[in-house]
Design a protein around this ligand. Sequence first.
Ligand code: ATR
Length: 276
Amino acid sequence: MSQPSPFAVFGHPVAHSLSPRIHQDFAEQFGIVLEYRAIDAAPTAFAEAVHAFFAAGGIGANVTLPHKGAAFALADERSEAARRAGTANVLTRLPDGRLAAHNSDGAGLVRDLTERHGVDLRGRDALLLGAGGAARAAAWSLLDAGVQTLTIVNRTPEAADALADAIGEPARVHTRYWDDLADLGSYDLILNATSAGVLGGTLKLPMSLVGARALCYDLAYGAAAIDFVAWAEAAGAHRAWDGLGMLVEQAAEAFELWHGRRPDTEPVYQALLAAG
Ligand code: ATR
């Protein structure tokens, strides 16, 4: 590490992370002069890099791919949201020097859906594609926000079953097989929490999933979300969004945790949208 700074984002790769810009924009709203840098750490070097960062005076770190599981594992304390997800995207140094892990992705997703996009989640029948870290973060938050049912479908069915078992609400949470997607009928909320877009893979999804008033949401953003959003629009979704707003909202959750103030996310979101 070249020079100490109190805030950072860890990733691999991390050069294209929007987190430094988002946090700088938030800080400017309050006249805070923020030192926030991006730190690229390979998986084998991640834990050491995190400990060096906090030993050198780091206060808080965002964590992105592929380190969210490792961030959860190395922490000394874990919030309920982090424990539910089994991953962490926020690390904070506690006054006694120990590290606290938090996951703000689920809260960020729900805030983007409800406050930015005006979605009333209550009573919706939701389909969640994927059962990895992103899906786990989303699932509990969607249920807390009042979705009526959550159907989890994952390429590897065991992971969907494990998530449903961990949630433990059999009346509301169901799992189905990926191969049966064409037979499931339609949903009014469909969330893509797979990493297929990020990995450059393709999802073959039947258009029959998309109900007439369906809202579709990809937890990824930008190029990684193009295929899913295009599929949703072609299938007649009422609205389809990528996860840019979730990115901004999960950052706002971390910012508030560290600085005790809630930033106005809308101008930051609009600026990122305009920048493409
Ligand atoms: P993340 O942190 O982004 O959630 P992850 O924990 O590795 O990453 O989870 C990736 C998810 O995307 C998993 O649900 C994975 O399915 P498997 O459990 O079967 O691996 C899903 N996924 C990745 N590529 C996929 C593809 N091409 N088709 C369907 N699902 C895919």
